[in-house]
Design a protein around this ligand. Sequence first.
Ligand SMILES: [Zn+2]
Length: 462
Amino acid sequence: MKIIFHIILSIIFLQHTVASDIPVYSLGGDLEINITEKSIETDFIITNFEEEKKDSLLFILNDIFEIKSMSINDESVEFDISNENCFDCNYYNVPIKKTNKHDKLRISAIGYFSNEKNKGKVDYKGLISYKEGILRASEQAKWYPVIIEDKRTPSFAVKTMYNYDLNVLCPECKNIFVGDGMPKQKEGTFKSTTPQNSILLIAGNYDFTATDNGIYLNLSDSEVNVLESNIESILDYYGQISGIRITKKIVYAHLPSDNKKWGGFVSFPVIVDVNKKAQIRRLHYISHELAHFYFGDIYIPKSNLFWFYLESFAEYFSYKYLLNNNAASIVRDYERLKKIRMAQRIPFFKSIKGYNFRFVKLKKVEDISDVTGIHRYSIGGFQLLGIDKEIGEEKMKLLIREVFQHLDENEHGYTTLINALKKIGIDESIISMIEKKYFKKLKYREYKFIKEKIKSSNHSAI
Ligand SMILES: [Zn+2]
């Protein structure tokens, strides 16, 4: 298995690349974490601005931070602060007429973290959390400044591409992890010369294990062994169906959260498992999170169908893997589809919690939040399996590349999908059939092909 893994790894050495129109900034500076005082003191320096006329420079920072000073080219600058529509964060608006190549924006801030501070909030990726002696801060939690290019993108979805070079000091920490690579003890410099849009910080009282394929934080040796073989198998398969092999060392961190309904998140190349007990055998969970290395990092979701492009595509990859390797674990999701369908037809079901559900016609979606949780996780993935069935795996590969390349805040996400189908050469009549079968209504019978697949697999089931 390992040999095959390494052969595939060396043959398909497709580094994921950054689209040329996305600006890349440099993020440097110092960070000091004091566990006793529960404080983070930062002195960030952002450089590599584009030569551009603009009326202001806009960035976001988590709302635990208070700015001590801000300067451009060592001259202090005025700024406005607003938390309107910012989820656990603040917008900072710096009036500026033009940015120049050699500009240096310096932001010094201090923030106090604690679970006390998060009291009353439900833990999620956008919070800076401190639990069991471990500090966790993802890119969504904006522990570093995230620059806004397009004001229409919601605060939780904004990411900035950075080359970074950060010095982090935490004398009371056993280990510090920033972005990717090996954790460092108490103090370290963390660098990336390839642009990254997700820099995760994990600092505190934890141990780690490094293997050939991964780095495992806060997990026992026996947990590491099981995880490693599952991750290999999933990434092998994703490499095949996408044509893109994830070449970075995977990092898997077990950081239990108080939110019991939450399974985890991904900050490429890190999977964070927030369950009380690490979910090392749950293939659906692991395959969904690994799929976010594609959907969320290589393929950036945009438009009013943001959640469909992020979560339903991740579910689609996960379902594909499960159907091929562990079909039994998809049965519950498949059966749920039937219940959702019934809930629509029989009013009685609507009174049962979780079933008061209305089918979302993606074509009619206006606002980003119109794509409901049930649609994102329990229907969208099956709709994509439906397209896959009609056009085949090879065309699906092309469709994914085409559609994500053209997603735009100005265009309806459904229009982009239909146009992409046309562009890759799918016949108009097949496109109408796809719309009718999967997107106009929820028709359980159209998904019977999944039942057949489960039956024909050797993994028991229905
Ligand atoms: Zn997800």
